[in-house]
Design a protein. Sequence first.
Length: 491
Amino acid sequence: MSDREHTDPRLLDRRQLLTAGGSMALLGLLARAGLARGSSEFFTRAARAKHVIYLFMFGGPSQMDLFDYKPELQRMDGKTIQYERKPRYFEPSTVLGSQRKFKQWGETGQWCSDAFQHIPKHIDKMAVVKSLYTDSFAHGPALLQMNSGQPFPGHPSMGSWVSYGMGSGNADLPAFVVMQDPRGGPISGPANWSSGYMPANHQGTLFRSRGEPVLDLSAGPRSVRGAMDSAMQRAQLDLLHRLNTIHADGRAPEGASPEDALTARDASYELAFHMQTAAREALDLSQEDEATKEMYGLYDPAPSHRLSAGPAPFGTQCLMARRLVERGVRFVQIYHGGGHQQQTWDAHQGVEENLAIHCPEVDRPIAGLLTDLERTGLLDETLVVWGGEFGRQHVAQTAGDGQVANSGGRGHNPHAFTMWLAGAGVKPGSFGETDELGARAERGRHHVRDMHATILNLLGLDHEKLSFYFGGLDRRLTGVFDASVIREILA
Protein backbone atom coordinates (compact mmCIF):
# COMPACT_ATOMS: atom_id res chain seq x y z
CA MET A 1 0.00 0.00 0.00
CA SER A 2 1.47 3.42 -0.92
CA ASP A 3 1.61 6.33 1.46
CA ARG A 4 -1.30 7.96 -0.37
CA GLU A 5 -3.64 4.96 -0.19
CA HIS A 6 -5.57 4.11 2.95
CA THR A 7 -8.52 1.81 3.51
CA ASP A 8 -9.56 3.87 6.51
CA PRO A 9 -9.69 7.61 5.69
CA ARG A 10 -8.96 8.39 9.33
CA LEU A 11 -5.54 6.75 9.12
CA LEU A 12 -2.54 8.98 8.49
CA ASP A 13 0.83 7.44 7.98
CA ARG A 14 3.94 9.07 9.38
CA ARG A 15 5.27 10.46 6.12
CA GLN A 16 1.94 12.03 5.16
CA LEU A 17 1.61 13.63 8.54
CA LEU A 18 5.15 15.03 8.58
CA THR A 19 5.00 16.20 4.97
CA ALA A 20 1.84 18.13 5.68
CA GLY A 21 3.36 19.75 8.73
CA GLY A 22 2.13 17.75 11.74
CA SER A 23 4.35 17.77 14.80
CA MET A 24 5.69 14.78 16.65
CA ALA A 25 3.62 15.86 19.65
CA LEU A 26 0.49 15.62 17.49
CA LEU A 27 1.70 12.31 16.07
CA GLY A 28 2.01 10.95 19.60
CA LEU A 29 -1.54 12.03 20.41
CA LEU A 30 -2.86 10.42 17.25
CA ALA A 31 -0.94 7.23 17.94
CA ARG A 32 -2.47 6.98 21.40
CA ALA A 33 -5.87 7.49 19.78
CA GLY A 34 -5.16 4.73 17.26
CA LEU A 35 -5.32 7.11 14.28
CA ALA A 36 -1.67 7.11 13.21
CA ARG A 37 0.73 4.40 12.15
CA GLY A 38 4.48 4.32 11.94
CA SER A 39 6.48 4.07 8.74
CA SER A 40 9.94 2.62 8.13
CA GLU A 41 10.28 3.78 4.54
CA PHE A 42 13.09 6.26 5.37
CA PHE A 43 15.18 3.82 7.33
CA THR A 44 17.96 1.66 5.95
CA ARG A 45 19.06 -0.19 9.08
CA ALA A 46 18.81 -0.20 12.83
CA ALA A 47 20.21 3.12 14.01
CA ARG A 48 23.11 3.36 16.42
CA ALA A 49 22.77 7.14 16.66
CA LYS A 50 19.63 8.76 18.02
CA HIS A 51 21.04 12.26 18.31
CA VAL A 52 23.63 14.50 16.63
CA ILE A 53 25.75 17.24 18.17
CA TYR A 54 27.33 19.17 15.31
CA LEU A 55 30.24 21.39 16.35
CA PHE A 56 30.61 23.79 13.41
CA MET A 57 33.89 25.73 13.26
CA PHE A 58 32.78 28.67 11.11
CA GLY A 59 35.46 30.12 8.84
CA GLY A 60 37.30 26.97 7.78
CA PRO A 61 39.86 25.49 10.21
CA SER A 62 43.33 24.78 8.86
CA GLN A 63 43.63 21.04 8.34
CA MET A 64 47.42 20.99 7.97
CA ASP A 65 47.87 22.80 11.29
CA LEU A 66 45.55 20.51 13.28
CA PHE A 67 45.02 16.91 12.14
CA ASP A 68 46.56 16.50 8.66
CA TYR A 69 50.30 16.20 9.33
CA LYS A 70 52.41 16.82 6.20
CA PRO A 71 56.19 16.45 6.65
CA GLU A 72 56.78 17.56 3.05
CA LEU A 73 54.93 20.80 3.74
CA GLN A 74 57.33 21.47 6.60
CA ARG A 75 60.33 20.64 4.40
CA MET A 76 59.12 22.97 1.62
CA ASP A 77 58.42 25.88 3.96
CA GLY A 78 59.47 29.19 2.33
CA LYS A 79 60.04 27.76 -1.14
CA THR A 80 58.34 29.26 -4.21
CA ILE A 81 55.97 27.10 -6.24
CA GLN A 82 53.38 27.67 -8.95
CA TYR A 83 50.02 27.81 -7.22
CA GLU A 84 46.67 27.59 -9.03
CA ARG A 85 44.88 30.42 -7.25
CA LYS A 86 41.94 30.28 -9.65
CA PRO A 87 41.04 27.59 -12.22
CA ARG A 88 43.79 27.56 -14.87
CA TYR A 89 45.40 30.67 -13.36
CA PHE A 90 48.80 29.99 -11.80
CA GLU A 91 51.04 32.40 -9.92
CA PRO A 92 54.28 32.10 -7.94
CA SER A 93 53.48 31.56 -4.27
CA THR A 94 55.37 30.78 -1.09
CA VAL A 95 54.80 27.46 0.65
CA LEU A 96 53.67 28.00 4.24
CA GLY A 97 54.75 25.16 6.51
CA SER A 98 52.98 24.60 9.79
CA GLN A 99 54.59 26.02 12.91
CA ARG A 100 52.79 23.42 15.05
CA LYS A 101 54.44 20.31 16.46
CA PHE A 102 52.66 17.02 15.72
CA LYS A 103 52.65 13.69 17.50
CA GLN A 104 50.70 10.46 17.27
CA TRP A 105 48.09 9.68 19.90
CA GLY A 106 46.29 6.64 21.25
CA GLU A 107 46.11 3.08 20.00
CA THR A 108 45.05 4.31 16.57
CA GLY A 109 48.22 6.39 16.32
CA GLN A 110 46.48 9.35 14.75
CA TRP A 111 48.28 12.64 14.30
CA CYS A 112 47.25 15.81 16.10
CA SER A 113 49.14 19.05 16.60
CA ASP A 114 49.96 20.79 19.84
CA ALA A 115 47.34 23.42 19.01
CA PHE A 116 45.03 21.10 20.94
CA GLN A 117 45.99 19.75 24.37
CA HIS A 118 42.80 17.96 25.48
CA ILE A 119 41.03 16.80 22.31
CA PRO A 120 43.78 14.34 21.24
CA LYS A 121 43.28 12.39 24.48
CA HIS A 122 40.00 11.26 22.87
CA ILE A 123 41.52 10.42 19.47
CA ASP A 124 40.62 6.73 19.83
CA LYS A 125 36.94 7.72 19.76
CA MET A 126 37.29 9.58 16.44
CA ALA A 127 37.00 8.77 12.78
CA VAL A 128 39.10 11.54 11.22
CA VAL A 129 38.24 11.98 7.54
CA LYS A 130 41.02 13.95 5.82
CA SER A 131 39.94 13.75 2.18
CA LEU A 132 36.78 15.85 1.92
CA TYR A 133 36.12 18.47 -0.73
CA THR A 134 33.35 20.89 -1.62
CA ASP A 135 32.35 23.16 -4.52
CA SER A 136 32.78 26.77 -3.44
CA PHE A 137 35.65 29.02 -2.36
CA ALA A 138 33.22 31.50 -0.74
CA HIS A 139 31.97 31.24 2.84
CA GLY A 140 28.28 31.83 2.09
CA PRO A 141 27.74 29.12 -0.55
CA ALA A 142 30.12 26.71 1.21
CA LEU A 143 28.24 27.12 4.50
CA LEU A 144 24.91 26.51 2.82
CA GLN A 145 26.22 23.45 0.99
CA MET A 146 27.65 22.01 4.18
CA ASN A 147 24.38 22.59 5.99
CA SER A 148 21.74 21.92 3.32
CA GLY A 149 23.51 20.06 0.54
CA GLN A 150 23.07 22.98 -1.88
CA PRO A 151 25.24 26.12 -2.26
CA PHE A 152 22.25 28.47 -2.38
CA PRO A 153 19.41 29.27 0.03
CA GLY A 154 15.91 27.81 0.08
CA HIS A 155 16.70 24.20 0.93
CA PRO A 156 16.15 22.40 4.25
CA SER A 157 19.17 22.08 6.47
CA MET A 158 20.48 18.74 7.67
CA GLY A 159 18.89 19.26 11.07
CA SER A 160 15.55 19.82 9.34
CA TRP A 161 15.95 16.57 7.41
CA VAL A 162 16.66 14.73 10.65
CA SER A 163 13.62 16.35 12.28
CA TYR A 164 11.49 15.37 9.28
CA GLY A 165 12.80 11.83 9.14
CA MET A 166 12.92 11.02 12.86
CA GLY A 167 10.81 13.58 14.68
CA SER A 168 11.56 14.83 18.17
CA GLY A 169 12.21 12.53 21.08
CA ASN A 170 10.53 15.05 23.39
CA ALA A 171 7.17 16.66 22.63
CA ASP A 172 8.07 19.63 24.87
CA LEU A 173 11.30 20.54 23.04
CA PRO A 174 12.12 21.13 19.38
CA ALA A 175 13.80 18.37 17.39
CA PHE A 176 16.44 20.77 16.02
CA VAL A 177 18.26 23.37 18.15
CA VAL A 178 20.91 25.89 17.05
CA MET A 179 23.32 27.95 19.16
CA GLN A 180 25.52 30.75 17.81
CA ASP A 181 28.83 32.18 18.91
CA PRO A 182 28.12 35.19 21.19
CA ARG A 183 30.34 37.26 18.85
CA GLY A 184 27.89 36.77 15.97
CA GLY A 185 26.39 34.25 13.62
CA PRO A 186 27.70 32.70 10.42
CA ILE A 187 27.49 34.37 7.01
CA SER A 188 24.13 33.68 5.29
CA GLY A 189 22.50 33.58 8.72
CA PRO A 190 19.25 31.70 9.37
CA ALA A 191 19.35 30.10 5.91
CA ASN A 192 21.87 27.71 7.47
CA TRP A 193 19.22 26.22 9.76
CA SER A 194 16.14 26.90 7.63
CA SER A 195 13.50 24.27 6.92
CA GLY A 196 13.36 25.53 3.32
CA TYR A 197 10.32 24.14 1.52
CA MET A 198 9.41 21.92 4.47
CA PRO A 199 6.90 23.05 7.10
CA ALA A 200 8.35 25.55 9.55
CA ASN A 201 8.16 23.15 12.49
CA HIS A 202 11.29 21.46 11.11
CA GLN A 203 13.49 24.59 11.15
CA GLY A 204 16.18 25.07 13.78
CA THR A 205 15.15 26.82 16.98
CA LEU A 206 17.74 29.34 18.10
CA PHE A 207 18.69 28.90 21.76
CA ARG A 208 20.75 31.36 23.76
CA SER A 209 23.21 30.48 26.51
CA ARG A 210 22.35 33.54 28.62
CA GLY A 211 19.06 35.03 29.71
CA GLU A 212 15.87 33.68 28.22
CA PRO A 213 16.77 30.53 26.23
CA VAL A 214 14.45 31.51 23.36
CA LEU A 215 13.51 35.06 22.42
CA ASP A 216 9.83 36.01 22.77
CA LEU A 217 9.05 32.73 24.54
CA SER A 218 7.54 34.31 27.66
CA ALA A 219 3.92 35.36 27.62
CA GLY A 220 3.36 39.06 27.12
CA PRO A 221 1.36 41.19 29.56
CA ARG A 222 -2.37 40.49 29.56
CA SER A 223 -3.28 43.89 30.90
CA VAL A 224 -2.07 46.54 33.27
CA ARG A 225 -3.11 44.20 36.08
CA GLY A 226 -0.41 41.64 35.35
CA ALA A 227 1.07 39.03 33.01
CA MET A 228 -0.89 36.21 31.44
CA ASP A 229 -0.56 33.11 33.58
CA SER A 230 -0.33 29.50 32.45
CA ALA A 231 -4.04 28.79 32.82
CA MET A 232 -4.92 31.82 30.68
CA GLN A 233 -2.47 30.75 27.98
CA ARG A 234 -3.89 27.21 28.01
CA ALA A 235 -7.44 28.54 27.60
CA GLN A 236 -6.31 30.87 24.79
CA LEU A 237 -4.58 28.05 22.91
CA ASP A 238 -7.57 25.74 23.31
CA LEU A 239 -9.90 28.42 21.93
CA LEU A 240 -7.52 29.12 19.03
CA HIS A 241 -7.36 25.41 18.22
CA ARG A 242 -11.17 25.13 18.18
CA LEU A 243 -11.50 28.16 15.91
CA ASN A 244 -8.85 26.81 13.53
CA THR A 245 -10.58 23.44 13.42
CA ILE A 246 -13.92 25.08 12.60
CA HIS A 247 -12.24 27.16 9.89
CA ALA A 248 -10.45 24.17 8.33
CA ASP A 249 -13.49 21.87 8.42
CA GLY A 250 -14.70 21.27 4.88
CA ARG A 251 -12.14 23.59 3.27
CA ALA A 252 -9.50 20.96 2.40
CA PRO A 253 -9.54 19.98 -1.32
CA GLU A 254 -10.84 16.53 -2.08
CA GLY A 255 -8.17 13.91 -1.46
CA ALA A 256 -5.93 16.28 0.49
CA SER A 257 -4.54 15.37 3.87
CA PRO A 258 -6.43 16.96 6.76
CA GLU A 259 -3.05 18.14 8.07
CA ASP A 260 -1.97 21.46 6.54
CA ALA A 261 -0.08 24.66 7.32
CA LEU A 262 -2.75 25.73 9.78
CA THR A 263 -2.27 22.55 11.76
CA ALA A 264 1.50 23.09 11.66
CA ARG A 265 1.01 26.56 13.11
CA ASP A 266 -1.25 25.13 15.80
CA ALA A 267 1.48 22.63 16.65
CA SER A 268 4.12 25.38 16.86
CA TYR A 269 1.97 27.33 19.34
CA GLU A 270 1.56 24.20 21.41
CA LEU A 271 5.29 23.51 21.38
CA ALA A 272 6.07 27.09 22.42
CA PHE A 273 3.67 26.76 25.35
CA HIS A 274 5.41 23.62 26.63
CA MET A 275 8.88 25.05 25.95
CA GLN A 276 8.29 27.85 28.46
CA THR A 277 8.94 25.29 31.16
CA ALA A 278 10.90 22.56 29.36
CA ALA A 279 13.52 24.82 27.74
CA ARG A 280 14.29 26.63 30.97
CA GLU A 281 14.67 23.36 32.83
CA ALA A 282 16.85 21.84 30.12
CA LEU A 283 19.23 24.80 30.15
CA ASP A 284 19.35 25.28 33.90
CA LEU A 285 23.03 24.55 34.54
CA SER A 286 22.60 25.08 38.28
CA GLN A 287 21.47 21.45 38.29
CA GLU A 288 25.01 20.38 37.31
CA ASP A 289 27.73 19.83 39.90
CA GLU A 290 30.84 21.99 40.01
CA ALA A 291 33.13 19.19 38.80
CA THR A 292 31.09 18.85 35.61
CA LYS A 293 31.17 22.58 34.93
CA GLU A 294 34.91 22.61 35.52
CA MET A 295 35.32 19.70 33.08
CA TYR A 296 33.78 21.84 30.33
CA GLY A 297 36.11 24.76 31.09
CA LEU A 298 33.42 27.04 32.50
CA TYR A 299 35.79 28.41 35.14
CA ASP A 300 38.93 28.64 33.01
CA PRO A 301 40.31 32.17 32.52
CA ALA A 302 40.27 33.69 29.06
CA PRO A 303 43.63 33.66 27.22
CA SER A 304 45.53 36.88 26.97
CA HIS A 305 44.67 37.57 23.32
CA ARG A 306 42.18 40.43 23.11
CA LEU A 307 39.97 38.58 20.60
CA SER A 308 39.75 35.36 22.58
CA ALA A 309 36.58 34.65 24.55
CA GLY A 310 38.13 31.75 26.44
CA PRO A 311 36.47 28.34 26.84
CA ALA A 312 33.53 29.36 29.06
CA PRO A 313 31.03 30.45 26.33
CA PHE A 314 31.56 27.40 24.10
CA GLY A 315 31.84 25.13 27.14
CA THR A 316 28.47 26.37 28.35
CA GLN A 317 26.94 25.58 24.97
CA CYS A 318 28.48 22.11 24.88
CA LEU A 319 27.08 21.35 28.34
CA MET A 320 23.69 22.64 27.19
CA ALA A 321 23.92 20.35 24.16
CA ARG A 322 24.48 17.33 26.40
CA ARG A 323 21.45 18.26 28.48
CA LEU A 324 19.33 18.72 25.34
CA VAL A 325 20.16 15.35 23.77
CA GLU A 326 19.68 13.79 27.19
CA ARG A 327 16.10 15.07 26.97
CA GLY A 328 15.45 13.80 23.46
CA VAL A 329 16.47 16.64 21.13
CA ARG A 330 17.60 15.03 17.88
CA PHE A 331 19.99 17.57 16.38
CA VAL A 332 21.99 20.26 18.18
CA GLN A 333 24.26 22.49 16.13
CA ILE A 334 26.74 24.84 17.81
CA TYR A 335 28.51 27.47 15.70
CA HIS A 336 31.90 28.53 16.98
CA GLY A 337 33.39 31.67 15.46
CA GLY A 338 31.40 34.84 14.87
CA GLY A 339 31.94 38.12 13.12
CA HIS A 340 34.73 38.30 10.54
CA GLN A 341 38.36 37.33 9.93
CA GLN A 342 40.23 36.45 13.13
CA GLN A 343 37.02 36.32 15.16
CA THR A 344 36.26 33.19 13.10
CA TRP A 345 38.49 30.33 11.91
CA ASP A 346 39.16 32.35 8.72
CA ALA A 347 42.96 32.59 8.95
CA HIS A 348 43.77 35.13 6.23
CA GLN A 349 45.44 37.46 8.71
CA GLY A 350 47.68 34.85 10.27
CA VAL A 351 47.11 31.19 10.95
CA GLU A 352 49.21 31.10 14.12
CA GLU A 353 47.28 33.94 15.69
CA ASN A 354 44.01 32.34 14.57
CA LEU A 355 44.87 29.05 16.26
CA ALA A 356 45.99 30.87 19.40
CA ILE A 357 42.60 32.59 19.60
CA HIS A 358 40.28 29.69 18.85
CA CYS A 359 41.89 26.40 19.84
CA PRO A 360 41.85 27.21 23.58
CA GLU A 361 38.22 28.26 23.22
CA VAL A 362 37.08 24.82 22.05
CA ASP A 363 39.76 22.40 23.24
CA ARG A 364 38.66 21.73 26.80
CA PRO A 365 34.91 22.06 26.13
CA ILE A 366 35.00 19.43 23.36
CA ALA A 367 37.09 17.07 25.48
CA GLY A 368 34.68 17.66 28.36
CA LEU A 369 31.70 16.92 26.13
CA LEU A 370 33.17 13.62 24.92
CA THR A 371 34.05 12.62 28.49
CA ASP A 372 30.60 13.54 29.75
CA LEU A 373 28.75 11.75 26.96
CA GLU A 374 30.83 8.64 27.59
CA ARG A 375 30.38 8.57 31.37
CA THR A 376 26.61 9.09 31.08
CA GLY A 377 26.25 6.40 28.40
CA LEU A 378 25.03 8.93 25.85
CA LEU A 379 28.03 8.53 23.54
CA ASP A 380 26.69 5.15 22.44
CA GLU A 381 23.68 6.87 20.90
CA THR A 382 25.00 10.37 20.16
CA LEU A 383 27.01 11.23 17.06
CA VAL A 384 29.43 14.13 17.55
CA VAL A 385 30.52 15.86 14.33
CA TRP A 386 33.33 18.45 14.08
CA GLY A 387 34.31 20.54 11.06
CA GLY A 388 33.93 23.75 9.06
CA GLU A 389 32.84 24.74 5.57
CA PHE A 390 36.22 24.13 3.85
CA GLY A 391 39.94 23.97 4.57
CA ARG A 392 42.98 26.21 4.11
CA GLN A 393 45.70 26.54 1.51
CA HIS A 394 49.26 25.25 1.66
CA VAL A 395 50.74 28.58 0.57
CA ALA A 396 50.92 31.98 2.24
CA GLN A 397 47.98 34.32 1.77
CA THR A 398 48.29 36.24 -1.49
CA ALA A 399 46.58 39.48 -2.43
CA GLY A 400 43.33 39.27 -4.38
CA ASP A 401 39.69 38.44 -3.85
CA GLY A 402 39.41 41.28 -1.36
CA GLN A 403 42.26 39.97 0.82
CA VAL A 404 45.59 41.55 1.73
CA ALA A 405 48.77 39.51 1.28
CA ASN A 406 49.94 38.04 4.58
CA SER A 407 53.05 35.90 4.85
CA GLY A 408 51.53 33.97 7.77
CA GLY A 409 47.95 33.68 6.59
CA ARG A 410 46.18 30.94 4.63
CA GLY A 411 43.44 31.35 2.02
CA HIS A 412 40.30 29.28 1.47
CA ASN A 413 40.65 25.75 0.12
CA PRO A 414 37.57 23.80 -1.02
CA HIS A 415 39.74 21.01 -2.47
CA ALA A 416 40.79 19.49 0.86
CA PHE A 417 39.57 19.65 4.41
CA THR A 418 39.19 17.51 7.50
CA MET A 419 36.19 16.54 9.60
CA TRP A 420 35.91 14.05 12.43
CA LEU A 421 33.05 12.06 13.89
CA ALA A 422 32.83 10.33 17.25
CA GLY A 423 30.26 8.27 19.07
CA ALA A 424 27.49 5.96 17.95
CA GLY A 425 28.45 3.56 15.20
CA VAL A 426 31.78 5.21 14.31
CA LYS A 427 35.01 3.27 13.78
CA PRO A 428 38.06 5.16 15.11
CA GLY A 429 40.95 5.81 12.77
CA SER A 430 42.29 8.04 10.02
CA PHE A 431 40.53 7.84 6.66
CA GLY A 432 41.55 9.28 3.30
CA GLU A 433 44.65 11.26 2.39
CA THR A 434 45.54 14.59 0.83
CA ASP A 435 48.55 15.16 -1.42
CA GLU A 436 52.01 15.66 0.06
CA LEU A 437 51.35 19.36 0.77
CA GLY A 438 47.79 18.91 2.08
CA ALA A 439 46.40 20.93 -0.82
CA ARG A 440 44.01 18.44 -2.46
CA ALA A 441 42.10 15.37 -1.40
CA GLU A 442 43.83 12.54 -3.22
CA ARG A 443 43.07 9.10 -1.79
CA GLY A 444 39.59 8.12 -0.67
CA ARG A 445 38.13 11.45 -1.87
CA HIS A 446 34.63 12.25 -0.65
CA HIS A 447 32.37 15.15 -1.51
CA VAL A 448 30.44 16.74 1.36
CA ARG A 449 27.28 14.98 0.15
CA ASP A 450 28.99 11.69 1.06
CA MET A 451 29.40 13.01 4.59
CA HIS A 452 25.70 13.89 4.64
CA ALA A 453 24.80 10.39 3.46
CA THR A 454 27.05 8.93 6.18
CA ILE A 455 25.54 10.99 8.99
CA LEU A 456 22.04 9.97 7.89
CA ASN A 457 23.16 6.34 7.68
CA LEU A 458 24.45 6.42 11.25
CA LEU A 459 20.99 7.65 12.25
CA GLY A 460 19.52 4.67 10.40
CA LEU A 461 18.21 6.87 7.55
CA ASP A 462 18.65 6.06 3.87
CA HIS A 463 19.76 9.20 2.00
CA GLU A 464 18.08 7.96 -1.19
CA LYS A 465 14.76 7.18 0.50
CA LEU A 466 14.59 10.22 2.76
CA SER A 467 12.79 12.57 0.37
CA PHE A 468 10.29 15.42 0.41
CA TYR A 469 8.02 16.12 -2.55
CA PHE A 470 8.25 19.73 -3.68
CA GLY A 471 8.04 21.49 -7.02
CA GLY A 472 7.35 18.28 -8.90
CA LEU A 473 10.41 16.48 -7.54
CA ASP A 474 11.24 14.16 -4.67
CA ARG A 475 13.93 16.30 -3.02
CA ARG A 476 16.81 14.87 -0.98
CA LEU A 477 19.51 16.26 1.27
CA THR A 478 22.11 14.78 -1.07
CA GLY A 479 20.39 16.26 -4.15
CA VAL A 480 20.30 14.75 -7.62
CA PHE A 481 23.97 13.74 -7.70
CA ASP A 482 25.23 10.35 -6.65
CA ALA A 483 26.27 10.12 -3.01
CA SER A 484 27.96 7.28 -1.19
CA VAL A 485 28.10 6.41 2.47
CA ILE A 486 31.69 6.44 3.76
CA ARG A 487 31.48 2.83 4.86
CA GLU A 488 35.08 2.61 6.04
CA ILE A 489 34.19 4.65 9.13
CA LEU A 490 31.20 2.53 10.14
CA ALA A 491 31.89 0.20 13.05
